[in-house]
Write a protein that binds this ligand. Structure first.
Ligand code: SF4
Length: 357
């Protein structure tokens, strides 16, 4: 719920408007998990709120932690569906990776989430609360990436509402947030016009259409030439580098040929490149390249591109490839949650169907 929405709720309950600001602070800046904690609200109001609402709309049902500090969380939504969130500490930085949909409609060949299909879009409150609940256990989150289950730019309204609430309510700078897309060009163009400091990452994974059509079917709708133009325009409009994510799949996109194609594709795009060795997914035929092979790919790129990093393996013991912890759904009854109620109204535009190219 936004601040004006909470103020309206307080007025509707016969409370002064400023109670909305108090509640807003408890829900987002502090991240209270119960109305009991909200010590500057009158006891009677706390009891009324507790009788009608829950401050949380997610229930944490599992967590796994790796030795490197990476932790993966499984949350259950009020309709029983489940989503994943990953926490990744690295030096001074602590990043939380948020899901924006339950499943994903885009069906990338290497992705566990893609195999689930789309169950539904997440509400803004459900997106934000992943960060809030992780922060309760691990304070000091500095960065947010929208790179978990789902394609954020196909759930545009709720993702952008979550960005704004994370910024204004939770207190995470927009510069420290990155929206990652598989290449949904209308969403990239719309994001460029928002005037936000939020960064863009593009999961590229192949630099020629025939290969990318197979790995990422969204490419049939928005082929590489169209995607490249959108990336260039985004960089020009925002003055920001585009992050290019490239998952290395052994024997598929990690040879010198693909490295050369990547250099060619990125010519003229202000960008930095993150190479990510694949985390194998049970049931998928793709494999992770050896460290030497991944390093060779990086070395080929280095003289041609201004910034190339090869991400070290993170959280392999917590199955950090998306969709691997989320295996089944259950149902449960729940009271309406304030963070969820807040986000029901905005209408989501019809999503493009990548199979209709
Ligand atoms: S990689 Fe991303 S866009 Fe592709 S299916 Fe998985 S969640 Fe969806």
């Amino acid at each position: 719920m936004t601040l004006p929405e909470l103020e309206a709720l307080m007025l509707s309950l016969g409370e002064p408007k400023y109670r909305g600001a108090q509640l807003y602070k408890w829900l987002y800046a502090i991240g209270a998990g119960s109305f009991d904690e909200m010590s500057n609200l009158p006891q009677a109001l706390r009891e009324r709120l507790a009788a009608g609402f829950s401050p949380d709309c997610l229930r944490m049902v599992a967590r796994e932690a790796a030795k490197d500090g990476t932790a993966k969380y499984l949350f259950e939504l009020q309709d029983g569906l489940r989503i994943e969130t990953v926490y990744m500490p690295e030096g001074e930085r602590s990043t939380v990776c948020l899901s924006t949909q339950v499943g994903c409609p885009l069906g990338c060949a290497f992705c566990a989430t893609g195999s689930m299909g789309l169950r539904r879009d997440l509400l803004a409150g459900e997106i934000i609360e992943q960060a809030i609940q992780v922060r309760r256990e691990r304070p000091g989150i500095t960065n947010v990436v929208f790179m978990g289950m789902g394609e954020p730019l196909l759930n545009y309204e709720h993702t952008l509402k979550a960005v704004r609430l994370l910024n204004d309510g939770v207190g995470i700078g927009a510069r420290r947030m990155t929206i990652s897309t598989s290449g949904v060009v209308p969403g990239i163009r719309r994001l460029a016009r928002e005037g936000l400091q939020v960064k863009l990452a593009v999961a590229l994974n192949a630099s020629r259409d025939d290969l990318r059509n197979i790995l990422m079917p969204v490419n049939r709708r928005y082929p590489l030439s169209v995607l490249k133009q959108a990336m260039q325009d985004f960089a020009r409009a925002t003055g920001k580098l585009v992050s290019v994510e490239y998952v290395l799949l052994q024997g598929v996109n990690d040879s010198q040929r693909e490295a050369r194609e990547l250099v060619q594709f990125l010519r003229g795009i202000p960008c930095k490149v993150n190479l990510i060795p694949y985390n194998p997914v049970p049931g998928k035929e793709f494999a992770r390249p050896s460290p030497e092979r991944a390093e060779r790919f990086k070395q080929y790129l280095l003289p041609h591109l201004s910034s190339v990093t090869l991400r070290r393996s993170r959280g392999r013991t917590v199955r950090a490839a998306c969709g691997q912890l989320c295996t089944r759904t259950t149902s449960r009854r729940a009271r309406p949650a304030l963070r969820e109620r807040a986000t029901i109204s905005p209408k989501i535009p019809p999503r493009p169907d990548p199979s209709h190219s």
